[in-house]
Design a protein around this ligand. Structure first.
Ligand code: GTP
Length: 397
């Protein structure tokens, strides 16, 4: 590492931070991708650039002042990064925690500066960065849990864990350093090797955040492509795709049932309480039904106030199990009226349950059957479940 000294690495890092700031700003301002998180990230990188890129200018200042400026820059940068992370992960990280750690860190740095001790200022900044790094690790692990594979979550979290670990090790070193008065200002980079490591960690954090942002954008696009924007249920196209897949699995012995659902007298809700109430009723019903279904089940909005649930069955042909689920969904909706304008709007729905037919590539026969049962439920008085007990394949219309 002879060819690289700490000031050179600092300058490389400063240029990297400037480029990263420009990239985040472009994404936020020009492409409107994660704009608030992007602006926070750009702000963090600019702070880091400003404190790293002007070390020559600062070299004439008193040591404690130089150190305090460097530490405040790093602290501000990490705080902005954590705020951006909070937005990207939609995490419930309390800003209060960030505020008190940041505030105590800044107060410690100021105290070090007042005492004329570069080492005390550095120690305060490094301890705060250790704690903030720990919070970042926690936010990443909680935010990604169940959303991506554990290995992916581990890789994405690694740079933050390295940041916390390196800051912790450096805090201990500073505490143990015998000659506080002779402490030289080196930023947080005691050697070229350590400086390179810091740079790699900064780079890793930036990459991790870019990956996080891409993941969020892709998830959003998928949501827009496959979901009904009003209710969040699968749209017709996505549901038909799921039905086609389930139908293919039928040949391998994995059975499923279809539950066609139609809200009763929905026109009255619109006519008597307005379209907004109708929309709220649709969201309310889907919220209740999604909560009553398992993760493997899927609920699609086929149009208007008509929905269909696809239920994989543990034993193919177990119509009774599907009827029990439909009955539960019916009872749940009946028990939970829609809160609307200081009152409660009672809602109910009719359900038609059917099993799929073998040899029906796209699953349309099952849908037709479930639809026929739904109409029977309507005709028999609504707010009930009817099921097709016959299993002969129907004709595809
Ligand atoms: N608010 C709202 N209304 C919708 C939406 N899509 C369809 N509708 C309304 O849903 C109503 C469906 O009414 P109908 O098909 O007569 O059915 P119904 O009143 O539920 O009667 P039954 O099904 O026989 O119990 C129509 O008034 C549509 O305008 C939507 O996205 N939002």
């Amino acid at each position: 590492m002879d060819f690289l000294d700490v000031p050179t690495i600092l300058q490389i890092s400063a240029v990297f931070n400037l480029m990263a700031a420009l990239a985040w700003l472009t994404l936020a301002q020009v492409f409107h991708i994660a704009p608030r998180a992007g602006r926070l990230m750009a702000g963090g990188h600019v702070l880091r650039f400003a404190t790293q890129g002007y070390s020559d200018v600062m070299s004439a200042w008193p040591a404690a002042l130089q150190q305090a400026v460097l530490e405040l820059g790093l602290l501000g940068c990490i705080l902005m990064l954590l705020l951006a992370l909070r937005r990207m992960l939609l995490s419930r990280q309390r800003p209060r925690d960030l505020a008190w750690i940041g505030g105590l860190g800044a107060a410690g740095i100021a105290a070090g500066l007042a005492a004329g001790s570069a080492q005390a200022a550095e120690l305060a900044g490094t301890v705060a960065v250790t704690l903030l790094g720990g919070l970042a690790v926690r936010a990443m692990l909680l935010g990604l849990r169940g959303q991506v594979a554990p290995v992916t979550a581990g890789f994405a979290t690694l740079p933050f864990a390295m940041l916390a670990l390196m800051a912790f090790v450096h805090s201990v070193e500073l505490l143990l350093e015998p000659d506080w008065a002779g402490h030289a200002v080196r930023g947080d980079l005691p050697s070229p090797a350590r400086a390179v490591l810091w740079y790699v960690v900064t780079f890793g954090i930036t990459l991790s955040l870019i990956a996080l942002m891409i993941w969020r954008v892709v998830a959003r696009i998928q949501h827009l492509t496959y979901r009904d924007p009003l209710t969040g249920a699968l749209n017709r196209r996505a549901f038909e795709r799921a039905l086609g897949d389930a139908q293919a699995q039928l040949l391998r012995g994995h059975g499923f049932a279809l539950v066609m659902i139609d809200i009763d007298h929905f026109k009255r809700v619109n006519d008597q309480h307005g379209h907004a109430a109708g929309d709220a009723a649709l969201r309310h019903c889907v919220g209740i039904w999604q909560a009553g279904l398992r993760e493997v089940d899927c609920l699609g909005r086929l149009g208007g106030e008509e929905f269909c649930a696809l239920l994989p069955l543990a034993s193919p042909g177990d119509l009774a199990a599907a009827v029990a689920v439909a009955e539960r969904l019916r009872a749940d909706l009946q028990a939970r009226p829609l809160p609307w304008e200081n009152g409660l709007l009672p809602l109910s729905a009719s359900f038609g349950v059917a099993l799929p037919a073998a040899g029906d590539a796209r699953g349309e026969v099952g849908l037709v059957r479930a639809d026929a049962e739904l109409y029977r439920a309507k005709a028999e008085g609504r707010n009930r479940v009817c099921a097709a007990t016959h299993l002969q394949p129907a004709e595809v219309p």
